[in-house]
Design a protein around this ligand. Sequence first.
Ligand code: BYC
Length: 325
Amino acid sequence: MRDIKNIEAIEMTAPQEENFMRKIQAEEKIEPKDWMPEAYRKNLIRQISQHAHSEVIGMQPEGNWITRAPSLRRKVVLLSKVQDEAGHGLYLYSACETLGISRSEMIEQLQSGVAKYSSIFNYPTLTWADVGAIGWLVDGAAIVNQVSLQRTSYGPYSRGMIRICKEESFHQRQGYEAILELAKGSPGQKEMAQDALNRFYWPALMMFGPHDSESAHSQKSMEWKIKRETNDDLRQKFVDQTVKQIEVLGLEHPDKAIKWNEERGHYDSSDLNWDEFWSVINGNGHCNRQRIEHHVAAHEEGEWVRDAITAYNDKKRAKKAQNAA
Ligand code: BYC
């Protein structure tokens, strides 16, 4: 026997799905109250929440250097940058909440390892030059990715990206400036800059995700215009723009195989160590445990703030109800 209820549901969904795809194709944004396929919503929650987690976990490797910045100016700049990252996390958590997931659920997913965060933040910051390399290379890679995401199909995510990109360009420039000073400094400082470049270059390329052929989500995300460019295309953009920057610094390129390909109009480069990539994103990087343990401790320490807000809101509600009575 045919299930009448299900048939009705399918008939109801078809025009909604058609309208959804029409909007996507017409470059209209999908807004929180619009109908959307469940898989689109889930995929967005996955990507946006992981993006938010990356911003927040990303505060740790740099925050570690605030007390040791080499001058007052560097300290102020770094402090401000790290605070910006917290802000980026907040915009993104808010954008994600519009899809029907709570902040506490997202935090639980991060802390239990269900949700990932960017692999790059599982590498340690060993020297001051690493802080410069993060601004230059990590924020630089993030901008390449996020400029593309400004055109993502989900309205709140897209608007968040526009704002975040403005701040990221300051982050990238302060990092490049810090590295430039070291690269043009004493032989010891130059060596430190080269060492930071050698260690952070490859993990920065891994931020763009696996090869397109290995990317589980790309096909659907491109179809729905959640992602506007593929992992490999964005990675190539970053490889191309970084060559000149390394030349200006007077440092050696970490990739000995880097070579301009006239026919492609791009640089050819070595493949990445994908075993390392999968190992890091599956929890076995140098700092994975430390990052999550620190997040759990900070979250627990902040409990009194959340309790105070709840108590304040309860009081306000009770007062309002009393006045209305
Ligand atoms: N690290 O099918 P794929 C910042 C996962 S923070 C970890 O290609 P997708 C900053 C992927 O999640 C900026 N995991 O996935 C902050 C998936 O696993 P699940 C961070 C990775 O989503 C503080 C699986 O591998 N930016 O700039 O289509 C201080 C298969 O991959 C990674 C963003 O988050 C990775 N690198 O494409 C300084 C950008 N790569 O979910 C700086 C937003 C892949 O099935 N996100 N995975 O368990 C994106 O654009 C996309 O999610 C990605 C991956 C390009 C990263």
